[in-house]
Ligand binder design. Structure first.
Ligand SMILES: Nc1ncnc2c1ncn2[C@@H]1O[C@H](COP(=O)(O)OP(=O)(O)OP(=O)(O)O)[C@@H](O)[C@H]1O
Ligand SMILES: [Mg+2]
Length: 267
């Protein structure tokens, strides 16, 4: 469904160059829910921008459903890291959700129906007339999710979507995401820096190294499909899997040499 091959991105600005992504190659099968976990600054947002056609890679390519991505592909939706900045404050919740459907040139009645179904799916059917700034953070993030699913995407990319909400809301949103994924059979690539969240949500976890970024491990999460915040997280297998991911993240990248300055910093 989604193939990322040899993606490299170096940002050039004012004579300075930053190598954000060194060499990323992985694929995501149709209907899979894959989590990508990596430390801050490891190029996760850069990668998602490249995958959604918003940014050109320095080299490499992304192929979505057999077609090379060169601009925003029609069957793809992206939920951004900062929900506060991704909703238009002067538009009602329903108008925000309907906005991308206008670009699809759907008739007004169909747009309204899709928006209402999506808001229902995220439990916000009764606030469609409110403005985003009248809602809590977790509700705003649910509006952003509704906007993405109203678009009926084949692939949903999510960039640390739950990082800014409280723990209880976050747990609810995680379960909501798994429910939507199972119901809509959409392919999901979920980016997070939270190891527990990656293991709880994913069928697979891709572990990115710190900068310069490569895929350090591709781990199958063999937990049962029925997951529950309390019981799943307290199983021995969950603890083993999270320990495996943790060990990978805290391993220096290949070819990395510890300097005396590093040792001084870690003491
Ligand atoms: N527009 C840009 N111009 C120059 N450098 C950039 C730009 N965007 C990102 N970078 C650099 O690229 C690297 C990766 O950034 P990116 O935002 O992709 O990381 P991230 O993994 O999403 O981090 P976080 O977890 O904090 O969101 C960082 O070193 C960042 O400073
Ligand atoms: Mg980011």
């Amino acid at each position: 469904m989604l193939e990322v091959s040899g993606i490299k991105k170096t940002y050039e600005s004012r004579g300075r160059s930053v190598e954000a992504v060194r060499d990323l190659t992985f694929s995501v099968g149709q209907g899979e829910l894959v989590c990508l976990v990596g430390p801050s600054g490891s190029g996760k947002t850069t990668l998602l921008k490249i995958m959604s056609g918003l940014l050109q890679p320095t080299s490499g390519e992304v192929v979505l459903g057999g077609r090379r991505v060169e601009g925003p592909p029609p069957g793809l939706a992206l939920v951004f890291q900062e929900y506060g900045r991704s909703l238009f404050p002067w538009m009602s919740v329903r108008q925000n959700v309907e906005l991308p459907l206008k670009q699809k040139k759907l008739p007004a009645a169909r747009r309204r129906q899709l928006a209402e179904e999506a808001l229902q799916a995220v439990g916000l059917a009764d606030v469609h007339g409110a403005f985003p700034w009248q809602l809590s953070g977790g509700m705003q993030q649910r509006v952003a999710i509704a906007r993405a699913i109203a678009h009926e995407p084949q692939v949903l990319l999510m960039d640390e979507p739950f990082a800014a909400v409280d723990a209880q809301t976050r747990a609810d949103l995680e379960d909501l995401l798994r429910e939507i994924w199972r119901r809509l059979k959409v392919t999901v690539l979920f980016v997070t820096h939270d190891i527990d969240e990656a293991v709880y949500l994913g069928q697979r976890v891709l572990v990115l190294s710190g900068s310069p970024t490569v895929v350090q491990q591709d781990l199958v999460i063999d937990l049962p499909d029925e997951r529950d915040q309390l019981s799943t997280r307290s199983t021995a297998r969950f603890a083993e899997l999270r320990a495996q991911v943790y060990a990978q993240i805290h391993r220096p990248a290949a070819g990395y040499v510890r300097t005396p300055a590093d040792s001084a910093r870690s003491h």
